[in-house]
Design a protein around this ligand. Structure first.
Ligand code: GUN
Ligand code: ZN
Length: 437
């Protein structure tokens, strides 16, 4: 018996017929060669996925809903970038002899400019345009230590209806004038920003210690107290990226068992905590990630560019903690999830004990969509095209370039199709980015 829709509901519903990519709970891809995606108003008034599946099985339940037919195109969930820095949009491609000189010579001087709210607003607009062009619909991003940089990004993200998480960077030591903040004021500012922005529309706040070496004990303790008072805000930082950084952190916090343990010792590891890099870990660190529900943001283009090392996928899978993919712009070299997935594939070979391949294309894509949503505690909210998910999705063109057209036409399986897109794809593949409104 077809459901009958009232007129306003019908007017707000949209249906697209195309190839359809989504994910099962176990992370495997579900693919319909002739699929239907139906979106319409959800409980919060914004568009959610009402149905997704094969055209033949899904269409009869939606009589009267106009269908846009997109032959050859692929409907896919919007990508999630688990870690990047919007103020480093203009730092991409600044070469340095490792992380610490890169911070000193390029990143800190540039971030000092974000004390200027008008400058921050201009970069925020460009940054969000760039995410959309590349098909990234949700991001967990650093701002700078200036509260105005947070206001600028949230204001623009709210205007666009985005699900976006950011926070004011905490760095009250080992940082130059212009970006260094003051312990007490930094915590007051953080709490005010949480109250102003967290949970407003689709925005979320992340408590953001830059990394342990840039924070005094008092600042980290204060951040941990804020985290305890606001259990549903996110936490983001960096850890174990570079060997010089690891040595420095160990010297500064000799009482902690490891660099990672510094964060645990200050109440900064839990669900909704996301740490970038997580390269130089031992199995105690991996178990600490797992046992606290903390997630890793794996940033392969950044790790290659700054010569930081290789994320140990085999170790992460063996111990079993959450991780997903991230661009880490501007240490990272591209906003493109396709470039990030390709770099992850390349470095995923490292340290593999099992014979055979690196990560599969389905695993890579999952780590940048539904898996990244799981790492953020937003499973079933974004990152997939399951009923009830917010309707952030992409229309992909697998024939966006002559070579892509030729290569994807020859693909004989879903894995071959996804591999061709990962290896050859970039922003040209993203024909349309749709944000739930
Ligand atoms: N560690 C502390 N700050 C940063 C940063 O801005 N980028 C990277 N990649 N690592 C960091
Ligand atoms: Zn980073």
């Amino acid at each position: 018996m077809p459901l009958a829709w009232n007129v306003p509901m019908l007017a707000a519903m949209k249906a697209y017929r195309a190839r359809l990519l989504r994910f099962a709970d176990d992370g495997s891809a579900l693919f319909d060669d002739d699929g239907l995606l139906v979106t319409g108003p959800g409980p919060a008034g914004r568009a959610v996925v009402l149905a997704a599946g094969s055209y033949a099985a899904t269409a009869p339940a939606f009589p009267g809903v106009p269908v846009e037919h997109l032959p050859g195109r692929i409907l896919a969930p919007g990508f999630i970038d688990l870690h990047l820095h919007y103020p480093q949009t203009d730092v991409i491609g600044s070469p340095a002899d490792g992380l610490l000189p890169w911070l000193e010579h390029y990143t800190f001087p540039h971030e000092a400019r974000f004390a200027d709210a008008a400058y921050a607003a201009d970069v925020a607009r460009f940054f969000l345009d760039e995410l959309a062009r590349h098909g990234v619909t949700t991001a967990l991003t650093f701002a700078t230590s200036h509260p105005a940089s947070v206001d600028a990004l949230f204001t623009e993200a709210q205007r666009r209806g985005l699900r976006l998480i950011t926070g004011k960077v905490l760095q009250d030591r080992h940082s130059p004038d212009g970006v260094r903040d003051q312990t007490e004021q930094s915590l007051i500012d953080t709490e005010a920003l949480i109250r102003r922005w967290h949970g407003v529309d689709r925005l979320g706040y992340a408590i953001t210690p830059r990394f342990a070496p840039s924070c005094t004990e008092a600042q980290l303790l204060g951040a941990g107290e804020l985290a305890a008072r606001h259990p549903d805000v996110w936490i983001q930082s960096h850890v174990a990226e570079n060997l010089d950084e690891v040595r420095w952190a160990r010297e500064l916090f000799p009482a902690s068992r490891s660099y990672l343990a510094v964060y645990d010792d200050h109440g900064l590891m839990r669900d909704r905590a996301v740490y970038a890099h997580c390269i130089h870990f031992d199995d105690h660190d991996r178990a600490l990630m797992r046992d606290t529900g903390t997630a890793a943001a794996v940033s392969p283009t950044s790790n290659l560019f700054l010569g930081s090392g290789f994320f140990d996928y085999a170790g992460a899978e063996r111990v079993g903690f959450r991780f997903g993919l991230a661009s880490d712009v501007g240490g990272g070299t591209s906003f493109s999830p396709f470039h990030t997935m390709l770099a992850a594939y390349t470095v995923g070979r490292e340290g593999r004990t099992k014979p055979g391949l690196s990560l599969s294309p389905q695993q890579l894509w999952w780590q940048h969509t539904a898996g990244a949503a799981r790492a953020l505690g937003l499973e079933g909210v974004v990152g997939n095209l399951a009923p009830g998910c917010e309707a952030d999705y992409l229309v992909l063109d697998p024939a966006a370039t002559p070579l892509l057209a030729r290569r994807t036409a020859a693909a004989r399986s879903l894995d071959e199709l996804l591999f061709a897109l990962i290896v050859l794809g970039d922003d040209r593949v993203v024909a349309r980015t749709v944000i739930s409104t």
